[in-house]
Design a protein around this ligand. Structure first.
Ligand code: ZN
Length: 275
């Protein structure tokens, strides 16, 4: 995909992982569900070229972390961009699907400039979540002990993130509110760098809130997360002055790339772009 989707001012074609997170708390919570099968994504979004290996499929990724889809009590969608909300049929009927009410309302009838992102009915498409029973959230909501969903609008109208508090601090599962660590690098001229956003002012305020609330940040499309070791550890010190320890259990899997895209090597996820 185009690099500037993730970080404004960057150029060229990149691959990016599409990451989901598992939060093992009083409830087992999955954050986001990634994109659908690559063939149908190619039809719906020809400007991207999605791909994934068998073990990057959602069910396999969850299993590789030692869980089954039936263990998931709740799925929290950060937002309804198409690369975050497929694969719902994998879950039991009593699994709860959370989305902010504002995101749901807008995704059902977006302005034409955002219709493709939401696979809107105005384009003759059916978004993957449409036939499911969703639980709309109105603002900040505690989902279970230590896990709070809170609005982080900007990337989309009703984007949300999760704050996971443990004895070692608070980790924010940021989704696309902070898609990569590049968006929050320690560059003093531009301490935060926006990516694609429906509202850049709200994006900035949400990024600020995430940095204030969390000592660790888990982005939605960051290679370093994918390359973490089996216990979910990676070198957080590269991205922060804080010495971070183990993030919440994390699952990873795969992705999409793009338009005339060159798929560059690395077997895992990808969101590739352009030329
Ligand atoms: Zn995304």
């Amino acid at each position: 995909m185009e690099a500037d989707i993730l970080v404004t001012g960057e150029s060229g074609t990149i691959e990016a992982p599409s990451i989901v997170y598992l939060i093992d708390a009083d409830e087992m919570i999955l954050v986001d569900t990634s994109f659908g099968n690559p063939e149908s994504m190619a039809e719906r979004h020809p400007e991207f070229r999605c791909h994934r290996t068998t073990d990057q499929q959602l069910e396999a990724a969850i299993q590789s972390e030692g869980y089954a889809c039936s263990d998931i009590d709740s799925v929290v969608f950060t937002h309804f961009d198409w690369d975050h909300c497929y694969n719902l049929s994998l879950f039991d009927e009593d699994t709860k699907f959370y989305i902010q009410r504002q995101e749901l309302a807008y995704a059902i009838s977006p302005y034409p400039i955002h219709a493709a992102r939401y696979e809107a009915k105005s384009l003759g498409l059916t978004p993957p979540w449409l036939s499911y029973d969703l639980v709309p959230l109105d603002g900040e909501t505690q989902l279970c002990d230590g896990v709070v969903a809170f609005p982080t609008p900007g990337h989309t109208v009703g984007h949300q993130s999760l704050a996971v508090t443990s004895p070692t601090g608070t980790t924010i599962v940021a989704g696309d509110a902070i898609p990569t660590f590049q968006n929050i690098s320690d560059d003093t001229d531009t301490p935060q760098r926006c990516g694609l956003a429906m509202n850049e002012i709200k994006w900035w305020e949400s990024a600020d809130e995430i940095l204030t609330r969390g000592s660790k940040i888990l982005p939605g499309h960051e290679w370093d997360i994918v390359e973490a070791d089996a216990a979910g550890r990676f070198d957080w010190t590269r991205h922060s002055n804080t010495v971070w320890t183990t993030p919440p259990h994390l699952a990873r899997f795969a992705v999409l790339p793009t338009r005339n895209g060159v798929i560059n090597g690395c077997g895992l996820l990808i969101f590739l772009t352009n030329n």
